[in-house]
Design a protein. Structure first.
Length: 253
């Protein structure tokens, strides 16, 4: 049984349909990624999955239908989202931002302390800067804080929306190394990412999304060698839509 199963989900902004009949799943211990152009509906899908946008269809978490469950309850079940804008509290300290992530576990102080130690072990820069205001951190440190705050909730599934956005290449490599290492904490990941190459190198399984629909999926290694994917995201112009002609790999050699 998949840890997360999204079944025929459509997402709406008012009467406008942003996502149409999307189905995907994330297995326990897996990193799955959804890649696609801006406006494809990727962020809308994550926002609906966490319960902040109206949707139809079914969202199953560990076999339980959570489609009509409030966002707070989804988080308590171990379902967590790190949004693209990170949504940190700039005037609060790094430590206080982290402790807010453990709000739903506040009645278990020893478990929260263990989580805090784990986060500081994984992000030593945060430990060094725990008394600083979050607004004084660099872009890379802010992303690490957003990840650390999410881990304080002890998630079973972590959804990440564009974690590399606006970061220098060296920091991007570190962020993806951290995402890969989350398997050690038994955290599964659903990753939305514009950097298709980095996403596919990190993930086990990938989905391609265009104009609100999943148009292609498969093991990440296979997708990375799909000429249609190469054409669309590495300099070509072909569409990944079903039935699009294949471009010979030699055209990109």
């Amino acid at each position: 049984m998949a840890l997360l199963a999204i079944e025929n989900v459509s997402v709406f902004y008012g009467k406008a349909e942003a996502v149409r009949n999307v189905s995907l799943q994330v297995e326990a211990g897996q990193v799955a990624t959804v890649i696609g152009p801006n406006g494809a509906g990727k962020t809308s899908l994550l926002t609906a999955a966490i319960g902040l946008l109206r949707s139809t269809g079914r969202i199953l978490f560990d076999g339980t239908d959570i489609s009509r469950i409030e966002t707070e309850r989804r988080i308590e079940m171990g379902f967590c989202l790190v949004p693209e804008k990170r949504e940190l509290f700039s005037e609060m300290s790094v430590y206080d931002n982290l402790m807010l992530g453990a709000y739903s576990r506040r009645e278990r102080p020893s478990a929260v302390k263990w989580s805090l130690d784990t986060v500081f072990d994984r992000f030593p820069h945060l430990k060094e800067r725990q008394a600083q205001h979050a607004g004084t951190l660099s872009g890379g440190e802010r992303q690490m804080l957003a990840l650390g705050r999410a881990l304080m909730a002890k998630p079973r599934l972590l959804m990440l929306d564009e974690p590399s956005l606006g970061l220098a290449p060296l920091i991007v490599r570190e962020i993806f190394r951290i995402i890969t290492s989350l398997r050690e904490l038994d955290v599964s990941v659903l990753l939305i990412e514009q950097n298709a190459r980095a996403a596919l190198e990190t993930a086990d399984f990938g989905y391609i999304m265009e104009t609100g629909e999943i148009v292609h999926s498969g093991p990440s290694a296979a997708l990375a060698n799909d000429p249609r994917l190469i054409a669309t995201y590495l300099g070509g112009r072909e569409s990944l839509s079903k039935g699009a002609p294949l471009v010979p790999p030699s055209a990109f050699s």
